[in-house]
Every structure is written in C-alpha cells, then in structure tokens.
Write a protein that binds this ligand. Structure first.
Ligand code: HEC
Length: 95
C-alpha cells in the first residue's frame, strides 16, 4: 500500500513538470517559435536542452542567437531575462 502511494506521488511529480515548464515558456511567447518536439521557426526544446548550456540559454535571452541550429535567428528577449532562472530550469526539464 505504502509502495503504491509512493509510486502514485512520483508519477504525479513527473507528469507535473512539463506543465509548469510550459507555463513560463508560454508566458513569454517562446512557444510561438519553439515546441517540445515539433520543429517550428526555432529548434525544439529537446534539441536545445541537449546542446545548450545554462549560460547559452541566458545569452540567447539577453542578446539573441543566430547561426547555431539553422538559418533563422532568434531576437533578444529582454522581458524574459528576469525569469531566466525559471526558463533555464524549464528547458532542462523538457529534455
Ligand atoms: C521569433 C521566434 C523566436 C522566439 C519568439 C523565441 N525564439 Fe528561441 N530561438 C529561435 C531561433 C530561430 C533559434 C535558433 C537560432 C540559431 O540557430 O542560432 C532559437 C534558439 C534558442 C535557444 C538556443 C540557444 C543556444 O545557444 O543554443 C534558446 C535557449 C532559446 N531559443 C530560448 C528561447 C526562449 C526561452 C524564448 C522565450 C523567452 C525564445 N527562445 C523565443 C526563435 C525564437
């Protein structure tokens, strides 16, 4: 019984992670150009999580990024810089 409850709790935590991660990324409209697994104008979160360091993610918000994944460039996202900690966590959670 106790084991079953622990498993349920663990499943709930795992299922919840992408939801809150989506929130902070949707709030800043990152999801207009990025999706977890579907290629949009920008690379997928999975691809970014695999290739970008925490510092790369912060730099992309501050200065934008171009030439790393393809031809499209990402403009700087100054409004999102204040949420950089949550954004780094969110992208890593979507790996
Ligand atoms: C106008 C479309 C657009 C929007 C909006 C956008 N991005 Fe991007 N993003 C891109 C493109 C295109 C690239 C790939 C650039 C390249 O190839 O260098 C990219 C790349 C990235 C990278 C990879 C950086 C690296 O060095 O590997 C991160 C992290 C990222 N975006 C995060 C975000 C976050 C967080 C937001 C929301 C605050 C956001 N993006 C909003 C288009 C966008």
């Amino acid at each position: 019984m106790k084991t079953a409850l622990t498993c349920l709790a663990a499943a709930a935590v795992l299922a919840a992670a992408p939801a809150w991660a989506d929130d902070v990324l949707a709030k800043h409209k990152c999801t207009t150009c990025h999706d977890v697994a579907k290629k949009k104008m920008g690379p997928t979160w999975k691809e970014i999580a695999a290739r970008a360091s925490d510092a790369d993610i912060r730099a992309a918000l501050q200065k934008g990024v171009k030439g790393k994944y393809g031809k499209a460039a990402m403009p700087a996202q100054p409004k999102a810089v204040a949420d950089a900690d949550a954004i780094v966590k969110a992208i890593k959670a979507l790996k």
